[in-house]
Design a protein around this ligand. Structure first.
Ligand SMILES: O=C(O)CCC(=O)CC(=O)O
Length: 272
């Protein structure tokens, strides 16, 4: 599988990297680094926050061939090495970005200080569903997804309360490259790490939205359970009243959870 090229945006204040712990944040399918703006503004005083974009989304170039979630995880490590060579980092990701986080924990665990998996799972949806979506978007473009994704992404009332922010997120979906979006769907079709969760040893939190029908609280419990069953450290938390985009819908709660995990993981590393 080809390793796609990823680009990222620094969401914390401009300053030399390295004086603060690094948080690397990953998007859900169809969104961009915008997803992390609010959490980054809450954490950016104490952490360097770098958010990456999926191929053909936001600032990342379109992919010309398919990739899997493992290749995305490899590309995230390359990205980190290009801005902070060899540095260990806290990782947070939503849905497909969370799947990349699980893959990082499995394959590149030595690089992670902590892992925050949000609105995600060890397997998301069905291969048939993703392959059908890939074909639809390849032939009709990403605008065909806007209505359905808006319903899945946001809890009822969010778009009325936050018209500008929700519209920016949906514009990222409209502007995404259709072929890259389809490749992402195919990567999700092939993604299933339920049998590999036990190899994740980095401290992990799994955040679910109580109204998320894509990545349910039960899926978050499954991830945390798979890690703890093998002796790892993981907790599952359900945030009430939100759907599929936790950092957009509940930024203060998510930032608090991420800060708690990162602080605890840093102090545990310092004590070793
Ligand atoms: O959000 C993801 O990364 C995968 C799930 C999804 O595509 C949600 C949606 O737009 O239907």
């Amino acid at each position: 599988m080809a390793k796609p090229a990823l680009k990222a945006a620094l969401l914390s204040p401009q300053r030399p990297l390295g004086d603060h712990p690094l948080i690397v944040a990953g998007p859900s399918l169809g969104t961009s680094t915008i997803l992390w703006n609010r959490v980054a503004s809450l954490l950016g005083g104490d952490y360097d926050v770098v958010a990456w974009d999926l191929p053909g989304h936001g600032v990342s170039p379109a992919a010309s061939e398919g990739f899997d979630v493992a290749a995305l995880a490899d590309a995230v490590v390359d990205l980190v090495d290009s801005i902070a060579p060899g540095e260990n980092f806290h990782y947070a990701g939503v849905s497909l970005g969370g799947a990349v986080g699980l893959q990082l924990g499995i394959k590149h665990g030595e690089r992670l200080k902590s892992l925050s998996v949000q609105n995600s799972g060890a397997k998301i949806g069905t291969p048939e569903g993703w392959l059908e979506r890939a074909e639809t978007v390849r032939t009709q473009g990403t605008p065909v997804m806007i209505q359905g994704s808006a319903q899945r992404w946001f809890a009822p009332g969010f778009m009325d309360r936050e018209p500008e922010f929700s519209s920016r997120l949906l514009h990222a979906l409209r502007d995404a490259d259709r072929f890259s979006y389809a490749f992402c769907c195919e990567a999700l079709a092939a993604f299933d790490v339920r049998e590999e969760l036990g190899s994740i040893t980095v401290p992990t939190q799994v955040i679910a939205g109580s109204l998320d029908g894509v990545a349910t609280p039960a899926m978050a419990e499954e991830v945390a359970g798979g890690i703890t069953a093998a002796g790892g450290t993981a907790t599952a938390v359900t945030v009430e009243g939100i759907s599929h985009l936790a950092p957009a819908e509940a930024p203060a709660h998510v930032a608090d959870l991420m800060r708690s995990l990162a602080t605890w993981a840093e102090s545990r590393r310092a004590a070793k």
